[in-house]
Design a protein around this ligand. Sequence first.
Ligand code: C2O
Ligand code: CU
Ligand code: CU
Length: 515
Amino acid sequence: MLGAMNHTEPTMAAALDVNLLAKFVDPLPYPAVARPQGRKPSPADPKTSVSFYRIQAQATESKVHRDLAATRFWSFGPTVPGPTFETRAGEPLLIEWVNTLPGAHFLPIDRTIHGAESDKPEVRTVVHLHGAKTGPASDGYPEDWIVPGKSSLYFYPNQQDAAMLWYHDHALGINRLNVYAGLLGTFFIRDSVEDALNLPRGKYELPLILYDRLLTREGQLLYPVSPDPQSPWVPEVFGNAILVNGKLFPYLEVEPRKYRFRVLNGSNARIYHLSLTRENSAEELPFHQIGTDQGLLPAPVPLTRLDIAPGERADLVMDFREFGGAQLILKSDAYVVMQFRVASGKVNDASSLPSALRSVPKITESQVVQTRLLTLDEYVNKAGNSAMLLLNATHWKAPVTERPMLGSTEVWTLINPTNDTHPIHLHLVRFQILDRQTYEPWLFQTKRQLHFLGSAELPEPNEAGWKDTVQAHSRMVTRIIVPFEGFTGRYVWHCHILEHEDNEMMRPYEVIPAA
Ligand code: C2O
Ligand code: CU
Ligand code: CU
């Protein structure tokens, strides 16, 4: 985040100080559940039919806080976030994503960013279902955007384990603005393995969709721009208003029992460090993480703090049994996120937190056919401010360089000489983290020699499952092991800090047929 402060300070002065607002006056909403419009023949097998949904990207208004005027958003359907999909593994579905957005954008487009040049329409959208094993034509390739009045019919086979996926805009060069505007929602896949665990469900299970925003004093979205008129892009946007399911400082009334919270970091750039405390106490209370981006962990992991980067998901179980009558606060660093109001007394909690969840077979390096060294690069301008980021020093438009073979397993070695953690996401696949290790950046940059400084660190216990987004930490080498399964064709991999992604920290990759 070189120079980030210089860039955002002038606009920060115009932003609303959210700490002037009353806290915990709005109940936490449960997102609406998407309803199918009916059934249509399956593109995979026209003799069978699949559920069909029609979802409109549209302009809408939503009150983020009792004491603020309604905020203008763009969303999938009338609510922000969009509706939650409740689906089952093995049951494919069709979604027609319709662009009914207005003709002009309400956030500042930077025409110097690739894919957003002045010959490109101002309003474009394309939807990606993050974490889905989907054919390339339905994956939401960043150049497959459509303009208002058009729609795309996407097919989701749902041949994958139970997990919380999420859908969001992915339009090249304006993705950071479209997601900031509100174009996101969650998508659950359920399966029988998960059903058999007797985890909290129904009203005891809900998504916590986190994203931070800057608001004007009138309560409208504020997307900061750099004072440099040549290039309005800013390297990261951090808001002081942390919204949960679309509300600022919400509260949730809970019973003294177990709840399952499906946490999504849908922020542009903020990494959350979540902890749970009593009101007026700093003691971090224990909870469990039971799943990660791509589904259940082998066993629950006890935590007092969760670090979650943009794009990542965490499946949590919090037990309020001991806290009857108390008010608990979910915090991230110095920020208050939300409040839990625990009812007093005792209830009969029939749900379980099993000690074994799902087997996650370790992928071994003996299966690896290809290892790729890939750098995460940041470039600064004359003023020393971040000007662009690339993957492996390569622009988006350059020919495809990563061409894994269908059915093969590769190690991607992510080399991060920058001062930031970059959450790196690969479309189509799920992977496991092998290890992280500090290294000497200068030797690598000048001689391409990997000289390790510390010993290799295994992933944290709450990362030791199936992932689709990995935190590649500053000045470390992060290795992931990736089986390329499902489909051949063109996909992308990128940093999930959306300002980075838009300013070229994204590359195509192509799964090629097995020889
Ligand atoms: Cu969350 Cu390329 O996506
Ligand atoms: Cu994705
Ligand atoms: Cu990044």
